[in-house]
Design a protein around this ligand. Structure first.
Ligand SMILES: [Zn+2]
Length: 157
């Protein structure tokens, strides 16, 4: 419903879910720190100045936006957003958590596969202003954040 992806859209998130690394996706396999039968947790390829290594949660199935999201997958994403918010609190010692989810280009949705952002927040991080211009986080840096979360999952789940 209210879809914007063209019929030949090469979905960067589906490529990653299918184990593919190429020029059509910025996601590396090592960015994926969690998966179960319905969702995956991935370190986002872009970062906000003082909030690097934030998480996106995505459904395994290609679903463009919230309008099409089945309730049971939405419930799973909501539950895991709470668990990984606690993980970020423990690992990053952040002062707070911001959760964001964009639908349609007017809302700044860029990848047309539903994804929920979970950002670690820090006192004075000027996030609302700086999140307007996110830059690419190098894969080597993303791997460190993903490794921390992989270890957290092993210990806590
Ligand atoms: Zn997709």
């Amino acid at each position: 419903m209210f879809n914007h992806a063209k019929s030949d859209y090469e979905c960067p998130i589906c490529l990653a879910i299918n184990g593919i690394e190429n020029d059509d996706t910025m996601i590396k396999q090592e960015d994926i720190f969690y998966q179960d039968d319905s969702i995956l947790g991935i370190i986002n390829s872009k970062y906000v100045e003082y909030n690097p290594g934030h998480i996106i949660l995505v459904p395994r199935e290609h679903i463009e936006n919230i309008y099409d999201l089945p309730d049971e997958i939405g419930a799973r994403i909501f539950k895991m957003s709470r668990i990984f918010s606690i993980a970020l609190k423990e690992i990053r010692k952040c002062d707070g958590i911001t959760i964001r989810q964009n639908n349609e280009p007017a809302s700044n949705q860029h990848a047309f596969h539903y994804h929920l952002h979970i950002f670690p927040r820090f006192e004075g991080d000027d996030f609302e202003k700086l999140s307007q211009n996110a830059n690419i986080l190098e894969p080597i840096e993303r791997k460190k954040y993903a490794d921390d979360l992989r270890n957290w999952v092993k210990t806590n789940m």
